[in-house]
Design a protein around this ligand. Structure first.
Ligand code: SF4
Length: 917
């Protein structure tokens, strides 16, 4: 019997040449020309089948019937089952958790250990295959290689690592897992199958396959048809001169000057590189190329998704232009919204319901299927998040829900949903073992209406299938596992699994670099040819050094790099029209062109070819010039019946801001940030002082000694921050600042008491009616931080003062108090309380600027005198402004700095466009 190889050029001629080689082989094996059923052909990809059948048909003249050979990938032919290798990963994960070396190098982070387990699994397969045909000497070579590449102290670490890898490989190279199983199935398959065997290997045949095929050739004829790049190179002279290392990686190539000289007589490659300045431009460039090709009658176009983010944008632009894209790029499940809904649920359960995550989850279409009030629940929780500085936590959300005055039914629905979530989260947290965790997740999909929602979506079905396989493979497993580690396992599983092909047929196909080769495309766009994306993913892992890998015959980064270069060369040789997009910078950072294409560019410059890099000019669009103007919308019908003091201040600052914030209800979302800001300090200050005056009335405070008062305030501060610090450790700095404010407040309080003032009420709510015309009145409402009174000997009140706390610099507070016509807060408070108010002031808390004096200074800053006049003026102005708005007068954008620089409506009023006009 025979083992033979044949070549076929690695360009557009590949399929026809490969078909001829197979027919020759079949004839030599005595098979009838049109009946190849006895022949088995192994191909690299499932999708190669139709291409080979069509080429065989062409090779036989294109007419008459043909019984095609059996065509399959090696894995399918031997019957290797698809699906997750969870038990194997789990064993490796456990081994890594127990390994001192892994603990020291990677800590106890489940994400890192799962990644390492996956790498170990891949490496184990590589080693098993590399050992095929040389089992005896393999381990010895490995040990020698480690000893040679690592010396002294490094050798100890490398040796521990190598020992672990060797030990785990030995345990896992059995016929139960991965490559070991393929080898066993291969042997079984050969016993069953008779007849000649051929293999198509356009990009080379791995050594282990050669060994197996040669073994088979002892009893049956075997032929391998290999891709011949040198044949493609001689047909495309520029290729051998530009990338000579592709023909032969070892010998030193001729000097580049000589090659450039030789290139003068050769034609340039058909490649245009479109340089762009941004992601949007880059996507636009790719989409424009496709549109132009389609208009000129091109029928098969490949979009090579090197940069996946930009590729997604290209797809969106094309779909906006009604050009459907058949997506064969193999998007990872982890990037889909269906998988994100599952991952978000586990995150919620593990992190006590962070409010942002909860809102994201509630807004996903893959949750709470069939629950009619789903949207209302999301809206209620959204209101909770907007109304309070809330980071999350089920109890805190429930407390905040209790304060809402929404429709009772919606609040009840939100409560019921939270209870269901809490119940399911509790089951997940209590699970403790992998088997129970998987069961709890599976049950929660039903309880939370996720299974039904996922089942109605094609990608959702992929997610359910993967979860089902995972569940089946770990059912009954009693491996101890916290929820965080289970979540990481699932994250990795989704990362390593592609969403299935949605089955769209189109002239435009999104694919990978390898997927675009030898597929008969008439045109191709390489999306993202910067050095970061081409070549991509050529790092073979951290567990074995390049030197050891080379010694053992495993693929190194250089091999993976070269494999992609061969794919690129094949694409350029076989596709008649090729364009590439290059984003020259990312923000301020320049992005270098891929080194291969850069070399091509240098060659073009020296050989007198046209520069392949062309700056992309976006299509020009003409729009009518319009003079920007200051907006002044009218909305009398939107004027509400009630306004807060803050809304009135906004009206004074800028009527347009008032319109956008309070008539349209637009707001910037204030999320609780991990890093606290001044708002948090203000909230803490108000809460602590309010709590002090709630706990102790004025007489009690007077009886307390200073140290006792100070201690009470410190205790309140510690309690108030204690709860929040667990969720936001960065608040610790603000707790210190609050503690530093206490002595200044105690001192001020004593002086105040000595002057005869006592607190009458704190956080006092008010509501007052402001008639704005004979038929209309507005309800003004607000809350005053404190109202102090002073009486005569009979405790008859003769003075009443409103006070507002400010955690700002004294200078800024003084400026505000000095201008009550613009800063109307204090006059409005006085207006609300009526004639009894004789004074109004701010109590300003400023951090000491002196580094030696830690404590803050507290100053009382009165409003400008005479208060009564200012109250009258503010009252008249406010009524007049509101009456004008009610009468249909426009609310002009007349804000000035610094109001505008702090205003979130700046983009809406387009202040930058009309400026001072
Ligand atoms: S940016 Fe200035 S002008 Fe525009 S709405 Fe805000 S305050 Fe008014």
């Amino acid at each position: 019997m025979t083992w033979e190889t044949a070549n076929a050029p690695l360009d557009g001629r590949w399929w026809d040449a490969a078909a001829s080689r197979l027919l020759e082989f079949g004839a030599r094996c005595g098979l009838p020309a049109r009946d190849l059923r006895a022949l088995t052909v192994l191909v690299p990809r499932v999708s190669d089948g139709p291409w080979l059948r069509a080429a065989l048909h062409r090779a036989l003249g294109g007419n008459g019937a043909l019984v095609a050979p059996r065509i399959a990938t090696l894995e399918r032919w031997v019957g290797m089952p698809a699906g997750p290798q969870t038990p194997r990963l789990l064993e490796l994960f456990e081994a890594l958790r127990a390994s001192a070396w892994a603990r020291e190098a990677f800590g106890d982070r489940p994400g890192a250990l799962w990644s390492l387990a996956a790498e170990l699994s891949r490496l184990g397969d590589e080693l098993t295959l590399a050992a095929v045909g040389r089992d005896q000497a393999f381990e010895g070579r490995w040990r020698d290689s480690v000893a040679r590449h690592f010396q002294r102290r490094a050798a100890m670490a490398a040796s521990a690592q190598a020992q672990l890898v060797l030990h785990l490989w030995r345990a896992h190279c059995t016929a139960q897992f991965g490559a070991g199983r393929i080898l066993k199935l291969w042997a079984r398959c050969l016993e069953r199958v008779d007849g000649p065997l051929a293999v198509l290997a356009p990009f080379g045949l791995p050594d282990w396959q050669q060994v197996l095929l040669k073994d088979r050739a002892v009893t049956h004829p075997v032929r391998a048809v290999l891709g011949d790049l040198s044949a493609a190179m001689s047909a495309h002279g520029w290729l051998a001169l530009t990338w000579p290392e592709l023909a032969d990686p070892d010998p030193a190539p001729a000097p580049i000057a000589d090659r450039c000289e030789a290139a003068r007589t050769r034609s340039a490659p058909r490649l245009r590189i479109l340089a762009t300045g941004s992601l949007e431009q880059e996507a636009g460039a790719a989409a424009s190329e496709v549109e132009a090709w389609l208009r000129s009658g091109v029928e098969r176009i490949a979009l090579v998704a090197l940069d996946r983010l930009t590729a997604r944008r290209v797809r969106a632009l094309l779909e906006r232009a009604d050009i459907l894209v058949a997506d064969r790029a193999g998007w990872k499940l982890s990037t889909t919204s269906a998988a994100a809904a599952v991952m978000r649920w586990l995150e919620l359960a593990g992190a006590d319901f962070r409010i942002r995550d909860l809102l994201d989850w509630l807004r996903s279409p893959f949750v709470l299927w069939g629950q009619a009030e789903r949207v209302a629940v999301a809206r209620v929780i959204d209101r909770v998040a907007g109304a309070a500085a809330l980071a999350g936590g089920l109890r805190a959300i429930e407390r905040a829900l209790g304060r809402l005055d929404d429709r009772q039914a919606d609040v009840e629905a939100a409560r019921a949903t939270l209870a269901r979530l809490a119940d399911q989260a509790g089951r997940l947290q209590a699970a403790g073992t992998l088997g129970r965790l998987s069961g709890a997740l599976d049950a929660s999909l039903d309880a939370l209406g996720m299974r039904e929602a996922l089942a109605r979506d094609p990608v959702g079905r992929d997610v359910l299938r993967e979860l089902g396989q995972l569940h089946d493979s770990v059912t009954g497993s009693d491996a101890r596992m916290p929820l965080a580690a289970f979540r990481e396992l699932l994250a990795q599983h989704f990362e390593n699994t592609n969403a299935s092909d949605p089955g769209v047929e189109s002239a435009v196909v999104m694919t990978s670099l390898g997927g675009a080769c030898l597929r008969g495309f008439e045109a191709a766009v390489l999306i993202g040819v910067d050095a970061g994306h081409l070549p991509s993913g050529t790092e073979p892992g951290v567990l074995m050094s390049a030197g050891v890998r080379r010694d053992l015959g495993l693929a190194t980064a250089a091999d993976l790099h070269r494999a992609q270069a061969v794919e690129l060369a094949t694409l350029l040789c076989s596709v008649p029209r090729v364009a590439a997009t290059w984003r020259v910078r990312e923000g301020d950072e320049p992005l270098a062109l891929s080194t291969w294409l850069d070399r091509l560019r240098v060659m073009a410059g020296q050989a007198g070819w046209a520069d392949p890099v062309i700056w992309f000019e976006p299509p020009r669009r003409t729009v009518e010039a319009r003079t920007p103007h200051r907006p002044a919308p009218c909305a009398p019908h939107r004027l509400p019946d009630g306004l807060s003091v803050g809304a009135c201040q906004s009206l004074v600052d800028c009527p347009y801001q008032f319109y956008a914030r309070h008539l349209l209800g637009l707001r910037r979302r204030e999320w609780v940030a991990e890093t606290p800001d001044k708002r948090d300090l203000g909230i803490a200050l108000h809460s602590i002082l309010h709590r002090l005056h709630l706990d102790f009335d004025a007489e009690w405070l007077q009886r307390m000694a200073d140290p006792e008062l100070q201690r009470s305030l410190e205790q309140i501060t510690q309690q108030m921050f204690g709860r929040d610090l667990r969720e936001r450790p960065a608040l610790i700095g603000y707790r210190r600042r609050m503690l530093d404010l206490i002595p200044g407040y105690v001192q001020w309080l004593r002086q105040r008491t000595a002057a005869g003032w006592r607190l009458q009420s704190a956080e006092a709510q008010f509501q007052v009616t402001l008639p704005i015309d004979p038929s209309r009145a507005i309800e003004l409402s607000g809350r005053i931080d404190r109202i102090d009174v002073r009486g005569d000997a009979d405790r008859e009140v003769i003075d009443r003062e409103v006070i507002d706390y400010k955690a700002r610099s004294h200078r800024a507070v003084r400026a505000a108090a000095a201008d009550p016509g613009e800063d109307i807060q204090l006059p409005l408070y006085a207006l609300a309380l009526g004639a009894g108010v004789t004074a109004a002031s701010y109590l300003s808390f400023e951090r000491s600027a002196d580094p030696d004096r830690r404590f803050a200074t507290v100053q009382q800053i009165p409003a400008a005198e005479p208060l009564g006049r200012w109250v009258r003026l503010v009252d008249q102005r406010l009524r007049a402004d509101l009456a004008r708005i009610a009468g249909g007068t426009g609310m002009a954008a007349i804000g000035v700095e610094p109001t505008c620089s702090r205003c979130e409506m700046r983009g809406l009023c387009r202040r930058g466009e009309w400026g001072d006009r």
